[in-house]
Design a protein around this ligand. Structure first.
Ligand code: PGA
Length: 248
């Protein structure tokens, strides 16, 4: 049985004291049975947030890592650093990383391998821009992203992957995919996994929806049979909103 997952993506927001306050407030939320809560926090605050959520079931994700384990890469953060800090997850392939930092499917495949080699679990993002959807090519587009970024892995490795479908046109725009649009894509992704691997692997995969998830739409979205929770940006920055999404 798949768990429901409420994952926050704080992006480049919050100061240290604000991060500690927000994490502390989330740690106090009563997490429903069969639900997992993950906070995707800025790397500089990981240690503070770990302290703030100590004793709770809240888990931590980094928002990126480098494809190499160490070396002369000024300013970068490695998967082994994250692992050494007890971080459980890393978000890879977010559309902002793909767009603003030129991260290709090939690079993301490498980053995924490196993260898994260090025992990190990966929240792997995919999703199409508006013109792709308007052309009716959204499913093919996402299939291509998954084939290049993820489907080189063996079925066992997929146990350490969570997929986040995040249509770019819905991120930070206030426009959410409809329940039907989300379900259509999530079902398609599950079928792709079944076709590439097998039915058990597909049935186990957690597939999150991201893109303007808020308290007012989370319940309906998460009620879709193939939607296993959300990756939440803006609404994860306010404790009361994220708490409502956790409940949803
Ligand atoms: P949003 O961001 O919830 O602010 O739309 C989601 C994301 O980018 O992960």
């Amino acid at each position: 049985m798949r768990k429901k997952i409420a994952a926050g993506n704080w992006k480049m927001n919050k100061t240290q004291s604000e991060a500690i306050e927000l994490a502390g407030a989330i740690a106090d939320v009563v997490i429903p049975d069969n639900t997992m809560v993950i906070l995707g926090v800025p790397a500089v605050f990981i240690s503070d947030v770990q302290t703030a959520v100590e004793g709770s079931a809240v888990q931590i994700a980094a928002q990126n890592c480098h494809q190499e384990l160490s070396g002369a890469y000024t300013g970068e953060i490695s998967a082994s650093m994250l692992q050494s800090m007890g971080v459980e997850f890393v978000i890879l392939g977010h559309s902002e990383r793909r767009e603003y930092f030129g991260e290709s499917d090939e690079l993301l495949a490498k980053k995924t391998n490196t993260a898994l080699s260090q025992g990190l679990k990966v929240i792997f993002c995919c999703g199409e821009a508006l013109p792709v959807r308007e052309a009716g090519k959204h499913i093919d587009f996402v299939k291509n992203q998954l084939e290049k970024g993820l489907f080189h892995l063996g079925a066992d490795d997929l146990d350490s992957i969570i997929i986040a479908y995040e249509p770019i046109w819905a991120i930070g725009t206030g426009v959410t995919a409809s329940d039907e649009q989300a379900q259509e894509m999530h079902e398609a992704i599950r079928s792709m996994i079944e076709a590439k691997y097998d039915i058990e692997t597909a049935a186990k995969m957690h597939i999150l929806y991201g893109g303007s998830v808020k308290p007012s739409n989370a319940t309906e979205l998460f009620a879709q049979p193939d939607v296993d929770g959300g990756l939440v940006g803006g609404a994860s920055l306010k404790a009361s909103d994220f708490a409502a999404i956790i409940k949803a």
